[in-house]
Design a protein around this ligand. Structure first.
Ligand code: NAD
Ligand code: UPG
Length: 429
């Protein structure tokens, strides 16, 4: 099929390269000229395992990129993969989606054959039908249902494993208003749907939109519950990891997403949980559990720093922060818990020396006054204490020999030789 993809960030680039790999003819429409040039040169604009090879294989043949929305006219289906950020008050900001829908609608004006517009961005229930569809209709002059159809197909990929998550998903969700539309999506996704292990969910548009939020709210709340149980375990002098490993053996609970510690960050959980909270309030419902999910998450960095302060007077102390990315395997620092740890340490007068294998340059502009080291051991040298904020595998089996005081507070349960330390404290164990 001929497919256009509007927005070529994490989701748009991954989906485009993977659909090209599945045999479709794909064009990315992107406002950033550097991204367009990078894709057309056969290179990946972001780092995701398996992405560069796919772009190199298909660029110039089945995969192209352009800044010109008119390219959608040569395609049958357009995916909107635009950002849906958080507004200052926590609610969902649809300005970029609206601008993209306007450009797309204008480009579709007078197109002869039928066109399907699929919202892949994470949007609250009603957005596709009540915001995107009316803009498309107004700008194209074509009534929805008479040449232009809309659908919603949320994306569940994780950063770091995006290509694999897209090609080998647990589930694919189609939110459509007609079986004809669902049939187009089934054809587009057919190799993925045919593999063992992919469940297909066909539902209405509103449900598809909410499935994405419910999924992220569930996972974020699971980690917050695990963290709350971890804090209780710590208060009792028990090891939360042993407790939760046993709890996870119950099929109804599952052993995945059970790592307690500093909590969740990233470009999705924080903004999506907040958008759902704001949306629920707008609908007249008080989302008390989701409020608590955020409150527990916000408390973890402060708890980590308070634990360290029990062992090291922080005023004037040299403290190593190991890990800056919001999780291992990425240089993304958006809403990383490590930044909250740095804020709490500097507020208490500590001198921070930070290390991360890939994320330092993303932190430096906003934190020009802290020190950066080029290895974990470099950060630990002469430090009066250290904290682990991201569970990079390279932090396993660290040497603490150079530390002024061998005090480590671990927010992520890395593998540590506790005997090599004067003090080792886990956040929840
Ligand atoms: N990143 C993830 O892991 C992930 C996973 C699932 C779903 N999502 C959701 O998918 C959506 C996109 O997320 P992302 O992480 O890919 O965002 P992103 O910020 O990485 O990429 C968005 C791209 O859109 C481009 N863009 C902005 N305005 C444009 C316009 N008018 N026309 C064309 N291009 C334009 C930007 O330049 C950017 O390259 C969001 O709703 C997000 O919540 C993200
Ligand atoms: O047991 C766990 C698991 C995760 N985390 C933290 O949770 C955050 C999110 O991790 P992860 O889900 O792996 O990262 P994302 O790439 O943000 O992916 C999430 O957000 C995406 C965007 O919506 C969705 O598509 C994915 O399904 C969803 O997992 C990170 O800070 C992790 O450190 C924990 O603290 N403990």
């Amino acid at each position: 099929m001929h497919v256009s993809i509007v927005g070529s960030g994490y989701v748009g680039t991954t989906v485009a390269a993977c659909l090209a790999d599945l045999g479709h003819d794909v064009i990315n429409i992107e406002v950033d000229e550097d991204i367009v040039a990078t894709i057309n040169a056969g290179e990946a604009p972001i780092h995701e395992s398996g992405l560069a090879e796919r772009i190199a294989d298909h660029a110039g043949t089945r995969l192209r990129a352009t800044t010109n929305y008119d390219a959608v006219r040569e395609t049958d289906v357009t995916f909107l993969c635009l950002p849906t950020p958080q507004a200052d008050d926590g609610s969902l900001d649809l300005a970029i989606m609206e601008a993209g829908a306007e450009s797309l609608g204008r480009a579709l004006a007078g197109k002869d054959d039928d066109h399907l517009v699929v919202v892949k961005s994470t949007v609250l229930p009603g957005t596709t039908e009540d915001v995107v569809a009316p803009i498309l209709e107004a700008e194209s002059g074509t009534p929805i249902g008479e040449g232009i159809e809309v659908a919603m197909n949320p994306e569940f990929l994780r950063m770091g494993t995006a290509v694999q998550d897209f090609l080998e998903p647990d589930k694919v969700v189609f939110g459509t208003a007609s079986d004809e539309t669902a049939a187009i999506l089934r054809e587009l996704y057919s190799p993925i749907l045919e593999r063992d292990g992919t469940d297909l969910v066909e539902t209405d548009i509103r449900e598809a939109e909410l499935i994405k939020y419910a999924n992220n709210a569930f996972l974020a709340s699971k980690v917050s519950l695990v963290n709350e149980l971890g804090n209780v375990a710590k208060a009792y002098g028990a090891d939360a990891y042993e407790v939760l490993e046993a709890v996870g053996l119950d099929d109804r609970i599952s052993e995945r997403f059970m790592r307690s510690g500093l909590g969740w960050g990233g470009s999705c959980f924080p903004k999506d949980v907040n958008a759902l909270r704001a949306g629920a309030r707008e609908q007249g419902y008080e989302p008390e559990l989701l409020d608590a999910t955020v409150a527990v998450n916000d408390g973890q960095p402060r708890r980590l720093v308070a634990l360290l302060a029990d062992h090291v007077p922080l005023e004037g102390a040299r403290i190593a922060v190991l890990g800056l990315a919001f999780k291992p395997g990425t240089d993304d620092i958006r809403k990383s818990r490590a930044l909250d740890v740095i804020d709490a340490l500097t507020a208490r007068g500590a001198d921070v020396v930070a290390y991360d294998p890939v994320a330092i340059e993303n932190v430096r502009p906003d934190y020009p006054d802290i020190e950066y080291a080029d290895s974990a051991e470099g950060a630990l040298a002469d430090a009066d204490g250290a904290v682990v904020a991201t569970d990079w595998p390279e932090f396993d089996d660290l040497s603490f020999d150079g530390m002024a005081r061998k005090v480590l507070v671990d927010g992520r349960r890395i593998d540590v030789d506790e005997d090599a330390l004067e003090v080792y404290e886990g956040l929840t164990w």
